[in-house]
Design a protein around this ligand. Structure first.
Ligand SMILES: Cc1cc2nc3c(=O)[nH]c(=O)nc-3n(C[C@H](O)[C@H](O)[C@H](O)COP(=O)(O)OP(=O)(O)OC[C@H]3O[C@@H](n4cnc5c(N)ncnc54)[C@H](O)[C@@H]3O)c2cc1C
Length: 460
């Protein structure tokens, strides 16, 4: 329990109006986008400055109170489920874009800046921040860095990790640690940036993040290729990559997802298609035309029944808006939706798509599959009702089967959603017992009281 004396200190550091103890408020911070039991924290605190943030971290450590930082709470792995009676630290008052440096092409942001807001601000200056998780309209950059979030453009542009030049964060004592720099190259000290990206709030609390920007691509072309057979679509993905074409985006949707998305967003997707590929190439105009032609040809050779090329920016946007709504569209269909993230080497996409269909049949459950096929990162989405105990048991078994299948193909448990609570029990399957012991040694050295988001990634 958090004592009244400690609450008083929190209020002194963060301001009375930024400390929330009412149950009605705390319920909001008891869950995230993962399907896990909610846990009520003891207090939520919204520091409005780096100084206040550092003091809250220090107080939590001195009093051995577990602390979970929360951006928008959209993570899908239980990363922001707090400990009972612990502290939730909100970053939604730390929302300043501190600098956009056009000459050196970087931005410095506070952790609570919403991803799409930074992308729009830099685009207005002709610059590009590529990582675009489907949640970008609400997710925060702090959350993106802590999860090493990916997005629709991962295939060509990489993931959040590839854009983090440096982080200024608070260690468990509230002291400032600085990693990386604002230079293109930096070989000073340990690669602490690499350690902190994807650390899910377990090793430090970000205060400022320096992000790399690149020039905006001059031209884009988006198209939707329609297939009457799911195998043909997934084989086309492998063929495009094998032909050394790197589209900015290469997304897959099965029929189940197409129907849900069309019902939700009414953009004219062909609901009778077995599968769709949504493809965008970008770059200089001549290169874009050449790549688009090659992609169209490959799609036709592999059996696409039709290809619709977006006529203008509005049509292009509508395609991507529809794709980004896939999870929301599927989530409307059943009370519980479990979005998985297992990822395989790209050449194994056809095998993985087939495996997903087999698993759905074997466990008698509904799985809609969509995702970043070009990255090998599919999102099999299981629609269920957690209150149905028998079905839930089959869902849990199916999830384990999906992980086993991905690992057997040389894949990974998570392409972009992180380990959190949801996957920590599977970690050893992909790594080794020694890997977990090694990771726990790092955690123990940096956070001896285990107060920083305990239980996430490596358990306890
Ligand atoms: C509809 C939908 C679509 C999505 N699409 C994608 C996608 O395409 N790609 C993808 O990768 N993910 C996707 N996600 C998952 C999720 O949006 C990402 O993981 C995102 O990065 C989480 O950001 P957030 O601000 O919500 O962070 P939160 O969920 O609030 O937090 C995530 C983690 O970051 C930690 N954290 C937050 N701020 C800090 C900080 N200042 N210091 C230290 N740790 C911190 C938290 O403790 C937690 O462990 C999607 C989720 C939804 C609901």
């Amino acid at each position: 329990m958090i004592s009244q004396a400690l609450l008083k200190e929190f209020k002194e550091k963060a301001g009375q109006e930024n400390v929330f103890t009412e149950k009605a408020d705390l319920v909001t911070y008891s869950y995230d986008a993962a399907v896990l039991e909610p846990v009520l924290p003891g207090v939520a605190i919204r520091p409005a400055s780096g100084e206040a943030l550092s003091q809250i971290v220090r107080l939590c450590n001195e009093n051995k109170i577990p602390l979970t930082v929360r951006g928008a709470g959209t993570n899908l792995s239980g990363g922001t489920i707090p400990l009972r009676d612990g502290v939730v630290v909100l970053t939604n008052a730390l929302t300043k874009i501190l600098e956009i440096n056009e000459a050196d092409m970087y931005a410095v942001v506070q952790p609570g800046v919403v991803t799409a807001k930074l992308a729009a601000a830099v685009a207005a200056k002709g610059l590009f921040y590529p990582p675009d998780p489907g949640s970008q309209a609400v997710s925060t950059l702090g959350g993106n860095v802590a999860e090493n979030a990916g997005g629709l453009r991962g295939l060509k542009y990489g993931v959040t990790r590839d854009y983090v030049m440096g982080i200024q964060f608070f260690d468990v004592n509230g002291e400032i640690v600085k990693t990386g720099s604002r230079t293109v190259k930096c070989a000073t000290g340990y690669n602490l940036t690499g350690l902190l990206v994807g650390s899910e709030g377990t090793l430090g609390v970000f205060n400022e993040i320096t992000l790399k920007l690149i020039p905006l691509p001059a031209h884009q072309k988006a198209m939707v290729a329609v297939f009457d057979n799911i195998d043909k679509a997934s084989e086309t993905v492998a063929a495009i990559i094998a032909h050394r074409i790197v589209p900015a985006t290469l997304e897959f949707m099965d029929n189940f997802t197409i129907r849900a998305v069309e019902d939700y967003s009414h953009v004219g997707l062909p609901t009778d298609a077995a599968a769709l590929l949504l493809i965008e190439v970008d770059g200089y105009p001549a290169q874009v035309e050449e790549d688009a032609e090659k992609v169209e040809l490959l799609c036709r050779q592999k059996g696409a029944t039709s290809i619709r090329v977006a006529e203008d920016a509005a049509e292009r946007d509508s395609v991507w808006t529809a794709r980004r709504s896939a999870l929301s569209a599927l989530a409307k269909l059943k009370p519980t939706v479990v979005l998985e993230d297992a990822t395989v080497p790209r050449s194994r996409i056809p095998d993985m798509v087939r495996a997903m269909q087999d698993i759905a049949k074997e466990y008698n459950i509904s799985i809609g599959t969509f995702g970043h096929a070009g990255d090998g990162n599919l999102h099999p989405t299981i629609l269920t009702d957690r209150r149905d105990k028998a079905e839930w048991a089959r869902v849990e078994a199916a999830i384990a089967a999906i992980f086993d299948k991905a690992l057997s193909m040389g894949g990974t448990l998570s392409g972009e959603h992180g380990t959190g609570l949801a996957k920590s029990c599977f970690l050893e399957k992909e790594t080794s017992a020694a890997t977990i012991i090694y990771s726990r040694k790092i955690k123990t050295a940096l956070d001896p009281n285990y107060i920083l988001n305990p239980g996430k990634i490596i358990g306890r």
